[in-house]
Every structure is written in structure tokens, then in C-alpha cells.
Design a binder for this molecule. Structure first.
Ligand SMILES: [Fe+2]
Length: 462
């Protein structure tokens, strides 16, 4: 046991910023793809003390907080520390150190985080939006650009991992780099843990986590494609699926700096994160609580409509995984897995929006922008849909979709992400693009910039 290698192979992360606190995270994994389920990350059953420091400067001369946390085997030796007593809208730097049972005294990379602004603040908020990063489909170059921009916060809309394995039939150009051995579909807790390890060994993903705090929501591929609530979506045994879902949720928690832990079979992901008087980020869970005819479940919908009604923020920002607005395909059909399958619940949400409503969406692997609501004479808000970081785009006829949906104002077919700025006067989103993901290093381009005027999209000069 005395010769374990470098333990911080999965990097560091921070998240869930409040004006006075943030969560910092790491996980000890000297052997990130270890095949023994009893030794996740190559670690034995023994708990390991992990020291942490938070400083006001990158050289750690002005320490703001420090302490020791126990990395436990039951949680794959992940560490979640809630750091209190911080100043609002301030940058901080953090790092972790361990000694025994490791060969050397080991130190993690340094992460940069930032607290949320104070409640009354009217300073602008700078954010990035990303979704759909299928590891085997390509490089996470968009995340590298997010890391270089160093926004106040990163909003991730889900499909953070994909549960599938190496395709049985080769798909040319779609298996650009290998999954962890044995390259199979995730079923067990150990499978999901090693899949997260595969993703976090990517240098661009590690950089994006180390550069800014994250507010993530999940979609389906963190568990299984097209699952709904407690049902797997393919008619197989719900009991077995619920155990698989619980394993996937546990592995999710073990790899994110969340404020809550899994309870029973569930993990509460819907939540409110205020950014001063400027933005209320309302983070939604479109999967866990799904019922027939109802995407969010009753409790989450009541929570959301209550929050929308009570919000006094300039912008109410729904952070959620799917295409929210209506999107009719050229043959007149609608998606049966996204909001178009739940029009009554969508209409109730739009009815309570009450001005300043902005929806962020993903899932469809292309950039889109649309005005929301059925009545073009009565604008109710706008939606910005981010493309995928790396996941291959669908074969949809996007020109025909634009032609069939007058309220959809923009499409771009590149991989990429969004960069946004919310302020007292305006809400602006830039559609960032990369030309290729089959190799690293694509430069960043900008396909369009949109603002919001009178709860409608307004195209701006790049
Ligand atoms: Fe996706």
C-alpha cells in the first residue's frame, strides 16, 4: 500500500457558488481505470485525510480558509468541501494535498473559482453554456476555449457523459478516440465511475473545471438514453433499471461539487442559484421526475412556477437540457422525448414567466435560437440552444426546419458552445463554433450574436 502513484489524475473542480460559499471537489484515483470494483481508482478501503486550502491569490500567500476532509471508500475517495465565510463576487484559488499512503507528498493542480454576487448587486454576469460531450466522438476543444475565457460560471446542460460502449458495427469518423477498457456500455457503479474517470482525464475538460465554478444539470445519457423517471424507456425490468439509475446518480455525485448527496434512489438536481439582482438561474431536472404527460413532475413544476412568480431578478434563466420551444419537423411531426411532448406543462411555465424569461437548452447537437410562445403578437421570452461540444449532429434537414418554424430565427451546424453576458440593460449570447473535433486545437469562431429586446431575439453585429 505504500507505493501508490499520483492521486489527482482527475483534477479539481468547484461549483454551486453562493455569495459567501462554494463547494470544492477532488477525487483520489491513482489508477483511474482500475478494473477491480472493490478498489475504485486503485484505492483500498482505508479513509485518507486530504488537506485543502483556499486563497485570495494564486501563490497562496493570503489564505482565506483551510482544513482537512476524509476521502471515504464508500464515495470512491471523492472529497466535497463546503467553503464558507467568503466575500461575494470574488475570485479564489484552491488546492488539495495528501501524504500517506502515497509515495510522495502530493499536491493537486490549482483551481480558480468565483463566488456569486451579493443579492443587491447589479454587476453583469458572464457565463458559458455547454452540453453533449461524447468522448469517443471528438475532442473537447470548446471546453478549452471556455477555460481560456474564464467566465464567472459554467452552465452545463447535460449529456456530460454518454453511457454507451464501442459500437459493434464501426461508424467511420464517430469513434475518434477510445473509451476506457473494456469499452463497454455502463451498467454498474464501477462502470459509471470509470466512465467519469475517462472523461476527467481529458485535459480540456479538466481545464474547464479548474477555470470556473460550474452549475450542471443532467439529461438522459448520464444514465441511459431516453429514460423517463423510473422507467428505462425500452420496456425492460423497472426494478433493475432503478438500481442502475441509483448507481449512475451516485457516480454523478462522486464527480461533481454538489451541495446535496443522493438520498434513497434519488438525487435532487432542481435548484435556484441567484446571481445578484441580475439573474435567477433556475436549474431543472427533465428526467428523474418524469411522469406520463409531465416532464418535471408536480413538485418540481410547483417549485418552478413559484420561483418564477416570486423572482425580482432582471432575467429569469431556465437552465435545462432540452429544446424548449416548439420545433416542428418538415413532415409535421414533433419530438416525443423533448418539450414538444409536454405542451400543456410548457404553456403553464410560459404563462408564469412574466417578462425577462430566457431559456437555455441543448440536446439537439446544433446551435439554434428562437422566440417563445404561440402568439407572435405577445412575446413571452427567448431561447438559446447550444450545440454539442463533440457529439455528432443528427441528420435533420435544418433548412427545412427553419422554413417550417417562423419563430426559430437561427441555426448553425458546427460543434461549439455559448458565451453569454447578462446585465441590467441587456442579455447577449454569442454562438461560438469550432471547425473540427476529430483532432485537438481547432480555433474558435463566432457564428452569430443575439441580444434580447422586448422579450424577443435581436440579432447583433459580431
Ligand atoms: Fe446529446
Amino acid at each position: 500500500m505504500a507505493n501508490l502513484g499520483y492521486p489527482f489524475t482527475l483534477g479539481v473542480a468547484s461549483g454551486e457558488p453562493a455569495p459567501d460559499s462554494v463547494i470544492i471537489w477532488t477525487r483520489l484515483a491513482p489508477d483511474p481505470f482500475g478494473l477491480d470494483p472493490a478498489r475504485p481508482g486503485g484505492m483500498s478501503e482505508r479513509p485518507v485525510p486530504v488537506r485543502w486550502q483556499v486563497a485570495e491569490d494564486q501563490r497562496f500567500t493570503r489564505i482565506a480558509a483551510s482544513g482537512t476532509a476524509q476521502a471515504q471508500h464508500a464515495w470512491a475517495h471523492s472529497v466535497h468541501v463546503k467553503v464558507d465565510g467568503l466575500r461575494p463576487a470574488a475570485d479564489y484559488y484552491y488546492r488539495f494535498t495528501v501524504s500517506a499512503p502515497f509515495k510522495n507528498n502530493e499536491m493537486s493542480a490549482v483551481g480558480r473559482t468565483r463566488t456569486a454576487p451579493a443579492r443587491e448587486s447589479r454587476d453583469p454576469v458572464r457565463f458559458a453554456v455547454a452540453s453533449c460531450q461524447r468522448y469517443e466522438h471528438g475532442h473537447f476543444t470548446a471546453l478549452r476555449h471556455i477555460a481560456e475565457a474564464g467566465p464567472d460560471v459554467v452552465l452545463h446542460l447535460g449529456d456530460y457523459i454518454y453511457e454507451g460502449g464501442k459500437p459493434a458495427v464501426p461508424q467511420p469518423g464517430r469513434y475518434v478516440r477510445p473509451l476506457e477498457p473494456p469499452e463497454r456500455s455502463c451498467r454498474s457503479l464501477h462502470d459509471y465511475r470509470n466512465r467519469y474517470a475517462r472523461y476527467r482525464t481529458d485535459p480540456d475538460l479538466r481545464a474547464a473545471h479548474a477555470a470556473a465554478p460550474w452549475l450542471p444539470v443532467w439529461d438522459d445519457h448520464e444514465v441511459r438514453e431516453n429514460y423517463a423517471g423510473g422507467l428505462p424507456g425500452d420496456g425492460t425490468d423497472p426494478g433493475a433499471f432503478l438500481r442502475r439509475r441509483a448507481a449512475a446518480y451516485k457516480a454523478y455525485y462522486e464527480h461533481f461539487p454538489l451541495r446535496v448527496r443522493p438520498v434513497g434512489n434519488g438525487l435532487r438536481m432542481y435548484r435556484w442559484r441567484p446571481y445578484g439582482a441580475i439573474a435567477d438561474f433556475l436549474l431543472l431536472d427533465g428526467r428523474q421526475h418524469r411522469e406520463p404527460g409531465d416532464m418535471l413532475g408536480r413538485a418540481q413544476e410547483e417549485w418552478l412556477t413559484g420561483r418564477l412568480r416570486d423572482s425580482s431578478a432582471r432575467w429569469k434563466v431556465l437552465v435545462q437540457p432540452l429544446f424548449f420551444g416548439r420545433r416542428m419537423f418538415p413532415d409535421g411531426s414533433l419530438s416525443d422525448d423533448a418539450w414538444d411532448a409536454f405542451p400543456a406543462q410548457r404553456a403553464r411555465i410560459l404563462d408564469t414567466g412574466g417578462g425577462g424569461l430566457v431559456v437555455l437548452g441543448g440536446d439537439v447537437h446544433n446551435h439554434w435560437a428562437c422566440d417563445l410562445g404561440d402568439d407572435s403578437a405577445r412575446p413571452v421570452g427567448v431561447e438559446f440552444v447550444t450545440s454539442s461540444v463533440s457529439s455528432a449532429p443528427p441528420g435533420t434537414d435544418n433548412a427545412a426546419i427553419l422554413a417550417a418554424n417562423a419563430h426559430i430565427r437561427f441555426h448553425d451546424g458546427h460543434r461549439g458552445h455559448l458565451e453569454g453576458k447578462a446585465g441590467p440593460e441587456g442579455f447577449e449570447v454569442a454562438y461560438r463554433t469550432v471547425e473540427f473535433v476529430d483532432r485537438p486545437g481547432a480555433p474558435m469562431g463566432t457564428a452569430a450574436v443575439f441580444g434580447v429586446e422586448g422579450d424577443r431575439l435581436k440579432r447583433l453585429d459580431i
